[in-house]
Design a protein around this ligand. Structure first.
Ligand SMILES: Nc1ncnc2c1ncn2[C@@H]1O[C@H](COP(=O)(O)OP(=O)(O)O)[C@@H](O)[C@H]1O
Ligand SMILES: [Mg+2]
Length: 285
């Protein structure tokens, strides 16, 4: 059974305070696949870990998933078991030369999971695209033909608010923002929301922040508890109930080129990402 379009994590709708943010929070408009940009310009907050493991958990549950690696570092590409040296084409050719996205798609580690991989070439795209026509819409246009083939597209954005992230936001219906349960957790988030607002008004009127995910939660510290409480009081129902714990296994999995659901299927990290997948998807496939 196909889920109703635009379903899923919608707790933000109606329950958020009447602030400048409230217009950004809530469910997305209907699309063929739900396209989520996983964005936060801070590095090391769990964007890639979430793209890889949420993607794998959604695929394990039977959804058709595409992970788009928008970060030239290619961590999602590597984390899903691909060897960047062996890739003949990548998202770089798709964004800069108009190569059909199908031609760069690779199988991830889980049935039902595909990857649009990144190589270091992608660094060049950020610069090469500057004078190009509709440079912000390259990813959106590239993905359009393949959207019917997927239920979820997760775009792992780089740690900046540059053109690659803007391409991710322009192609998405929703934004998932990982927030690390550490000091300065909310630092920069207002700036991110501003860019999302800008993309929404200029190019993508249906864009919504549909999920805020607390990551690297260390239950032994008072700080993590405090940060989680602060984030919840600030963003209300948009914050996912599922909290991703800080675990060594989650940090080890990428060096084996495996998502946590394959690397250690019974681990706390795997359980958390399966829970998050249920929460984000809302209904069974
Ligand atoms: N829940 C977690 N527990 C332990 N380590 C984590 C967790 N989430 C991410 N990490 C590790 O923290 C680092 C940064 O995470 P990453 O997902 O790459 O962040 P980003 O993509 O936002 O830069 C990586 O080394 C990753 O393996
Ligand atoms: Mg990353």
């Amino acid at each position: 059974m196909r889920p109703p379009q635009g379903s899923g994590h919608e707790a933000g709708a109606g329950s958020s305070p009447e602030s400048a943010e409230s217009a950004l929070l809530g469910p997305s408009a209907p699309r063929e696949a739900r396209v989520l940009a996983i964005a936060n310009q801070k590095g090391g907050v769990g964007k890639t870990t979430t793209a890889v493991n949420l993607g794998a958990a959604l695929a394990e549950a039977g959804w058709r998933v595409l992970v788009v690696d928008l970060d030239p570092q290619g961590n999602a590409t590597i984390g899903l078991g691909l060897d960047r040296q062996k890739l003949e084409v990548s998202l770089y050719e798709v964004l800069t030369q108009g190569l059909p996205v199908e031609e760069c798609l690779q199988d991830g580690r889980v049935g039902g999971l595909k990857v649009a991989p990144a190589t270091l070439d992608l660094v060049g795209a950020e610069i090469e695209l500057v004078p190009a026509m509709s440079r912000e819409l390259r990813l959106r246009r590239a993905l359009e033909p393949v959207l019917p083939q997927f239920d979820f597209v997760l775009a792992d954005c780089p740690p900046s608010l540059g053109l690659l992230t803007v391409n991710g936001l322009a192609a998405a219906g929703e934004v998932l923002v990982p927030i690390q349960c550490e000091y300065y957790a909310l630092e920069g988030v207002e700036q991110l929301l501003q860019v999302i607002r800008l993309v929404k008004t200029q190019i993508n009127p249906h864009l919504r922040v549909s999920a805020i995910v607390l990551t690297m939660y260390d239950a032994r510290t008072k700080l993590a508890e405090q940060v989680a409480a602060d984030v919840r009081s600030h963003f209300g129902g948009t914050v996912c109930r599922t909290i991703v714990p800080r675990t060594v296994r989650l940090s080890e999995a990428p060096s084996f080129g495996q998502p946590i659901t394959v690397f250690d299927p019974a681990s706390r990290g795997a359980i958390a990402y399966r829970e998050l997948a249920k929460e984000v998807a809302g209904v069974a496939p």
